[in-house]
Design a protein around this ligand. Sequence first.
Ligand SMILES: C[S@@+](CC[C@H](N)C(=O)[O-])C[C@H]1O[C@@H](n2cnc3c(N)ncnc32)[C@H](O)[C@@H]1O
Length: 359
Amino acid sequence: MDSNQTVHMNHGEGETSYALNSKLQNYMQADLKPLIEEAVVTLLESATYLPNNIMNIADLGCSSGPNAIVLVATALDTIRRHHGQPALEVCVLLNDLADNDFNTVAKILDEIKQSHEGPAPTVVTGMVPGSFYTRLFASCSLHLVCTSNSLHWLSKAPEDLVKNRIPAYDGDENLRRARRPTVVAAYRRQFRKDFTLFLSLRAQELIPRGRMVLSLVGSHHHDVDAQYIQPWECPAFVLNDMASRGVIDREKLDSFYIPIHGPSEQELREIIEEEGSFEINQIMQVDTSISRTNEFMSVKAMAIAGRAIIEPMIVQHFGPSGEIMDDYVRTLEKYYMRSLINTPEEPVVSMCVSLSRKI
Ligand SMILES: C[S@@+](CC[C@H](N)C(=O)[O-])C[C@H]1O[C@@H](n2cnc3c(N)ncnc32)[C@H](O)[C@@H]1O
């Protein structure tokens, strides 16, 4: 990572951990299953893709806890059901940033290895720490890359905002409204840079016609002036509320940038086409609004899940404080309650994308 910002999720398996509070992301991973199954079946059906009977599968931004192996387990189950290649060996590689909780990942990888002992395929596993905005794997070594709920994380806060000291979320509402197009445009530029780099790196690592299946938080609307919410705006709203009550320092908030961007479908298509290494098989938008999430999660659980994602960043910037985090969860819960009651359906979506590396 270029930035010194801490963007990993809450470690461990305790009550505020990502491992215990990632039900929403798990729900969103389910949307990728048919895309992964289709990619695996296509790879299995062409002997030219697997001349040595070895398939290398990687999940990037796996985090920790049960979600870390959901995508690779889907691929393994598809291979199992597809009895064509009894001698197949599968190498499962899980990636995240070096400060991710790889201890819990190691345990869960061992479980997946043991659960696949016995009939083919032979499964071997590995962990690959590092930023997915750098080279992670050898050239032409991967057959399938999966990633869920991670690519909206930028490599760093938008340079133009940091350099010009423009707060992402100004305390003054009029100023905030006036600056919003500038702020959103800066986030878009950073995303374009990062996602272009991500695509070109993965194109080097995948075999020709290798597959990539990914999901990330996105925006239903493309128009910058549209009344849509970028994924950093909800935590920024909460922190602004806390600053106005003196719970956190306003000046510190003005220099706090949450490095996340939710692209529109148009942005994704343009970047993939301009970068040029991949064919788009499918882009699907799935509704992840608060009301849909509330069908299977209470607002309290949603707020605790929000904490598991952002706590390391808040602690790094504002200092460790149980009081700050408790207030954050309470204020976020109130925000979700108000959104459920007051606002029409919020166009927050998960973008699910299936790509093939061009030859
Ligand atoms: C919300 S979690 C998603 C985890 C899991 N894939 C899921 O769907 O539940 C996002 C993960 O992306 C990781 N991440 C963010 N930026 C990254 C980068 N540049 N390289 C590798 N991992 C990154 C974070 O550390 C975090 O574990």
